[in-house]
Design a protein around this ligand. Structure first.
Ligand code: NAP
Length: 238
């Protein structure tokens, strides 16, 4: 039986991914800070489920808990680093910017590094990061969020190159969602908002296909393309 760990599975996209993989016979390791939600979810999943409460901002302790979870599960085939936060922070409040960096940059990197060490030693594995379409351009309302997601996507690209150059049998996938209807989707002017179920369904397929990158939902590829080509003089005004 294949085994997957989802970092950040208490709500939203991560929770739906746990349900999706479990319904496809995967044993699932679920993590997050809210133990009660992890227990509730574990009780509903049809396959064997392992719980680990962790705060990825506390990188030392999170790396320890992650390794312990792999030991308990006995094996790991796929890791999804989904945990993330985002603040609408036009006043550039430092504690909010710091929390975003600590979670989406330091926490993400700690988990990615620990997983790479494990997969390299094992000789195979698949690492998936849930970044964002926001990684493509800087955002005025949440500059730390868009910058943190740019870091994440760039880091995943670096790992993909490392894997190719060193001929490692490890797959790296960068998932870039547009808007998904979760606690994180804040603010006005949201459009093309997907349900977390639809997002999880498409992410599941992308992982099975071992793609290197995907926009969720698929039509967000159009927005990604526009964001990449739009000149600064226009981008700064919209
Ligand atoms: N929703 C969107 O429109 C959208 C768009 C693009 C990208 N994304 C990305 O999708 C991912 C999932 O977000 P979501 O939309 O599903 O929002 P969500 O429902 O708020 O889920 C966030 C998950 O991350 C976990 N998490 C947050 N901080 C953590 C920490 N310090 N340590 C451990 N776990 C932590 C949360 O668990 P606990 O709170 O229990 O710790 C929760 O399970 C995020 O990385 C987000 O950036 C979302």
């Amino acid at each position: 039986m294949k085994k997957i760990i989802i970092i950040g599975a208490t709500s939203g996209i991560g929770k739906e991914l746990a349900k999706k993989f479990s319904s496809h016979d995967y044993e699932v390791g679920i993590t997050g800070r809210r133990t009660n939600l992890l227990e509730e979810l574990a009780a509903k999943l049809p396959t064997k489920t392992y719980i680990s409460t962790m705060d990825i901002k506390d990188t030392k302790s999170a790396i320890y808990s992650f390794k312990k979870l792999i030991n308990e599960m006995g094996n790991l085939d796929i890791l999804i680093i989904n945990a993330g936060i985002g603040h609408i922070n036009p006043s550039l409040n430092w504690s909010q910017e710091k929390e975003t960096i600590d979670t989406n940059v330091s926490g993400f990197t700690a988990m990615a590094g620990a997983a790479m060490h494990y997969f390299i030693q094992k000789g195979s594995g698949h690492m998936v990061g849930i970044s964002s379409i926001a990684s493509i351009r800087g955002d005025n309302a949440g500059p730390a969020y868009s910058a943190s997601k740019a870091f994440m996507s760039n880091y995943l690209e670096g790992l993909r190159k490392k894997v190719a150059k060193e001929k490692l049998t490890i797959t790296i996938t960068d998932i870039q969602p547009g808007f998904v209807d979760t606690a994180m989707a804040k603010g006005d002017g949201l459009f093309w908002v997907a349900s977390p179920q639809k997002a999880a369904k498409q992410i599941y397929k992308v992982i099975q296909q071992k793609k290197k990158k995907a926009y969720i939902t698929k039509r967000w590829a159009i927005i990604a393309w526009l964001l990449k080509i739009i000149p600064d003089i226009i981008y700064d005004k919209i």
